[in-house]
Structure formats: C-alpha cells, structure tokens
Design a protein around this ligand. Structure first.
Ligand code: ZN
Ligand code: ZN
Length: 290
C-alpha cells in the first residue's frame, strides 16, 4: 500500500505543506520513498510541564515541533529516525492518560493522546512503520535507550539524598542515566554515556557508582558526600544557573497547551481516496448491529 503512495501527488503535496509550515526553521523533508503516514497534536511531557506539540509520522522518521500558529506555522523541529525508536505503553495515572513512551538511544520522552482510541491509532501506526523499516533494512532494534526525565514538579526534594529541598537557589538537575531529579551535590559527577554524547554528562551519585563499578569491575571507595558537596557547590557557583541550559531545547516555550478545540489526528491510510468518505464505514457497521 505504501508503494502506491510513494508516487502519489497527494503525498508530495502533504509533505510540501509540512515543510512549508516549518519554513526555514526545519529541514527538507521530501525524499525518495518517504510517505507522510499521519499527523496530529500530542501532549509531550517536557521538563516543566506537559505541552502540546505537532507530530508528523512519516514511514521512516517522526517529526515534531512547537505550534506557533495551529495548522499554519511550527518551529523547533525535531526529527527522530524511526529505526531507533521503541514504544512503551504507559498506564493511565491521574491526569496523565492515554500515554506512551517514545524511546531512543539519545532521548526518551512521554506523549499523551486525547483519547484511548487515538493512542491506539498512533501506537499502531508507529509500530507498523518501525516494523516495516527493520524488516527492510535487516537491522536490529537498539537495545539501549536514554532515560525518561522525571518532570521537575514530581520532585520537591532530591530523589537521591531525600533531603535537599529544591528552591530558586537549590536548583533541580537531571541524572542523564536514570532520569531522576537530584540536587547539585548528588549530581556532581560526570560520566560519558556514549549513546547520548561524547562529552561527559551529569549523573547522580548512585548511577556514577554503578557505572564506574561496571567499568572497572573493581570496587572503588565512594567519594565522601561532604567532599562531593563541597565540589558541587564550587561547580554551581562557577557555572551559575547551569540547570536550565541543559534542558530540552524545545522546552522553553511557555505557550499554553492548545486543548480547548481538539483536532483528531489524521492518518493517510490510502492517499488516493478522499479523506472524508473512507473512515466511517467500519465503525458504523459495528455500531448498527447492536
Ligand atoms: Zn541530593
Ligand atoms: Zn542516576
């Protein structure tokens, strides 16, 4: 079915539209064999709070961006190769419903759909694309994935020492290995996590201990917490407010989530049919039998 779509004019038109909406803030998306499979708004869990993001599912990449003007203008484009993606369904929890994790080696995050049906649709379409890709390339899905960051407001105190209260001065930091929210002294260590960066990244003392133990396989004495605290205090004073600069790059936008008028996601299961006539047939027939 996808093969038929490849040369379809409608597909080319849709991709051009996406490129257009990102303008110069995005990269060219039209490519031989690339098909736009679906699009819609999902709520992405960011560091501070959940935010509405526009998602575009292609047969080989997942693209998302901030919504500047609904359906017209997007920016802060992110492109994730689907070959690296692993999905993980999330259980509903309080206000966080219809969610799942999008995990890659370098970045992992949670997204939420408006309804259970939309979640199902999104996950099924993404899984199908990944499956097709891996089958074609013969590659193995990646085995290691970046940690999902615990949102700031879920931790009032450091998740490592369980003592430090976070304030304007005692800023929150995220361990790049486990995603925990920890205080400066409890994340004074750095470790190279190759799947994420060549540069040493902030890790909590617990992960640092484990990582160094795994690496050397010889037990090492833990640096005293007091020494680490003193060092971190020095670091923090030197770098001044570092915690916000290593945020998600798309996290700064303070625009409220667009939720009042919900648009259902569109999936282009068959590009040649018109979009408004194909959808209801199956639903209607099951309903009318009752
Ligand atoms: Zn701490
Ligand atoms: Zn950690």
């Amino acid at each position: 079915m996808v093969d038929r779509l490849v040369n379809s004019e409608a597909n080319a038109r849709r991709i051009a539209m996406v490129e257009n909406c990102f303008g110069s803030s995005g990269q060219p998306l039209a490519e031989q064999g690339r098909v736009l499979v679906g699009e819609g708004v999902l709520t992405k869990m960011c560091r501070k709070k959940p935010k509405a993001r526009q998602f575009f599912l292609f047969n080989d990449i997942l693209v998302y961006g901030n919504i500047v003007i609904n359906k017209k203008k997007y920016n802060k484009q992110h492109v994730i190769p689907l070959e690296e993606v692993k999905l993980e369904s999330l259980k509903d929890e309080g206000q966080y419903r219809n969610g799942w994790l999008i995990r890659t080696a370098s970045k992992s995050f949670a997204v939420y759909a408006a309804t259970a049906t939309e979640k199902e649709e999104w996950m099924a379409h993404i899984e199908k694309c990944i499956e097709d890709l891996l089958r074609k390339s013969g590659k193995q899905p990646p085995s290691e994935h970046a940690a999902v960051w615990v949102p700031d407001n879920e931790a009032a105190i450091c998740m490592h020492c369980k003592k430090t209260q976070f304030t304007v001065l005692n800023r929150r930091h995220h361990c790049r290995k486990c995603g925990a929210v920890v205080c400066g002294p409890c994340s004074s260590k750095r470790f190279v996590l190759r799947t994420q960066s060549e540069k040493p990244l902030r890790v909590c003392l617990h992960c640092y201990d484990r990582l160094t133990r795994d690496k050397t396989r010889t037990p090492r004495p833990l640096p005293s917490v007091a020494a680490a605290a003193a060092k971190a205090a020095g670091d923090a004073a030197g770098s001044g407010g570092e915690s916000s600069q290593d945020d998600d790059s798309d996290d700064e936008d303070e625009r409220p989530a667009v939720e009042d008028k919900h648009d259902e996601p569109k999936f282009y299961s068959d590009g040649e049919k018109t979009e408004d006539t194909e959808n209801h047939s199956s639903k209607d027939s099951t309903d009318s039998t009752k």
